[in-house]
Design a binder for this molecule. Structure first.
Ligand SMILES: Cc1cc2nc3c(=O)[nH]c(=O)nc-3n(C[C@H](O)[C@H](O)[C@H](O)COP(=O)(O)OP(=O)(O)OC[C@H]3O[C@@H](n4cnc5c(N)ncnc54)[C@H](O)[C@@H]3O)c2cc1C
Length: 378
């Protein structure tokens, strides 16, 4: 029988081997979940700050983590479709609640360890020293990032017609792709030719869309006699004249005309009841961010971007989704988010971020243990 010191030696050797192989396994086979402290202070800025954690912002974060870039997303949970109407034109999510998509996406990117969402309102943004961006939240919190990706959506500016806000979007539809199908077979719809619909070309284009779902259409110009006359003469040479009429009276009030109709009280003291009203209210990027960063806008009032990666006129600032496009739909927000993120990633090589080859601190800490154990690492 071997002496007990001989047994002790092998017991310790075996235990040592188990510890070393666990360290080795951790180094090379642990799940690829790493951690960043997301403090985003001057000395350790986050790689990318995303303003807006809805479809565009989350799509960007889902792309950025693939290049091991740390991302801090700020979102005060006021997406443009705050009514949460069912999603259309998004293959695979037909009829689902947009919050379900955001929630799923948020969980996915949080699990990567590279992105964190903070439910905070950002109130100011500045470029500090030409290399970093400083954003400040409404509680005074300050956060530094190397790049800025704007995904803040667009805010509606409704016309000043009493009852408009109360009936949008239940009875007032801004997009016939989103809302037309469910109203197919309607008897009589209305179209409010104001704002972006106050040109003959645009009004008649949307009139054609609307007539796919309603037999008759009244176009209301709300006291715009020039437009009314132009529309009338355009209709005279147009096959629409049988099913379209023009009304130039002022609109005094919009009210719900029952479960599925809307009533227009007009300046001539008549009331028109329609199955639905079509109008595209102004939707613009938050003016304060445009002003603070000195962002250029395009002719339609969206943040102007250049190239395939949606770079703005301010170096290091990219923009995606509703705030930077006339195509204000979810598929476009997803696409722009991913492409803008790819552009951001190209501007953040490892020599700039200092990130390890396999992530941030979590990996580097393991590297130290491996070095102590003499097995390499970072
Ligand atoms: C009634 C309605 C129905 C719609 N239905 C459809 C549909 O069926 N299919 C479809 O494809 N599209 C639909 N859309 C359009 C779709 O909602 C938008 O295109 C999409 O939400 C754009 O995504 P986004 O990420 O660019 O902006 P948003 O979804 O608007 O998100 C912007 C985010 O930025 C955040 N944010 C903004 N400013 C700040 C700040 N200062 N601090 C912190 N966070 C901030 C907001 O809280 C918000 O979460 C609909 C729109 C409306 C109004």
């Amino acid at each position: 029988m071997a002496p007990s010191s001989y047994n002790g030696f092998y017991t310790y050797a075996l235990a040592g081997l188990v510890v070393l192989s666990t360290l080795y396994w951790n180094q090379y086979h642990a799940p690829e979940i790493v951690s960043h402290d997301f403090g985003a202070q001057l000395e350790s800025p986050v790689d990318v700050i995303i303003l807006g954690g809805s479809h565009a912002g989350l799509s960007a974060a889902a792309t950025l983590y693939r290049h091991q870039l740390s991302t801090l997303i700020f979102d005060h949970q006021k997406p443009r479709n705050s009514w949460l109407t069912p999603m259309r034109v998004l293959s695979g999510w037909e009829g689902k609640n947009p919050d379900a998509l955001r929630e799923k996406s948020r969980k996915e990117i949080a699990a990567t360890g590279f992105a964190k969402t903070l439910d905070k309102t950002i109130i100011s943004v500045e470029k500090t020293n030409n290399t970093l961006f400083l954003v400040t939240d409404s509680e005074g919190g300050m956060w530094y990032g190397r790049k800025l990706l704007l995904a803040m959506g667009a805010e509606f500016v409704f016309p000043e017609i009493p009852g408009y806000a109360e009936n949008f979007p239940k009875k007032i539809f801004h997009c016939m792709f989103t809302f037309g199908f469910e109203k197919r077979g309607s008897e009589h719809a209305g179209l409010l030719a104001k704002g972006s619909l106050s040109t003959v070309k645009h009004a008649l284009m949307v009139a054609q869309d609307t007539l796919k779902f309603a037999k008759n259409l009244s176009i209301y110009t709300d006291s715009n006699p020039t437009l009314a006359a132009d529309l009338l003469s355009a209709l005279a040479s147009n096959s629409l004249s049988d099913s379209v009429d023009i009304n130039d009276h002022s609109i005094k009030r919009l009210s719900s005309g029952g479960a599925s109709t809307i009533s227009l009280s007009l300046g001539d003291e008549t009331t028109h009841t329609r199955d639905f009203l079509v109008h595209q209210p102004l939707a613009r990027p938050p003016p304060w961010i445009v002003q603070q960063l000195g962002l250029e806008l395009d002719v339609m009032g969206n943040i102007k971007t250049n190239g395939f990666f949606y770079q703005t006129n301010v170096e290091g600032v990219f923009a995606a989704g509703d705030c930077a496009s006339p195509f204000k739909i979810i598929p476009n927000a997803l696409l722009m988010g991913a492409n803008a993120a790819a552009g951001v990633a190209r501007e953040l090589p490892r020599s700039v971020t200092g990130n390890g080859l396999r992530g941030f601190e979590g990996r580097e800490r393991r590297g130290i243990w491996m070095r102590i154990a003499g097995l390499g690492g970072f």
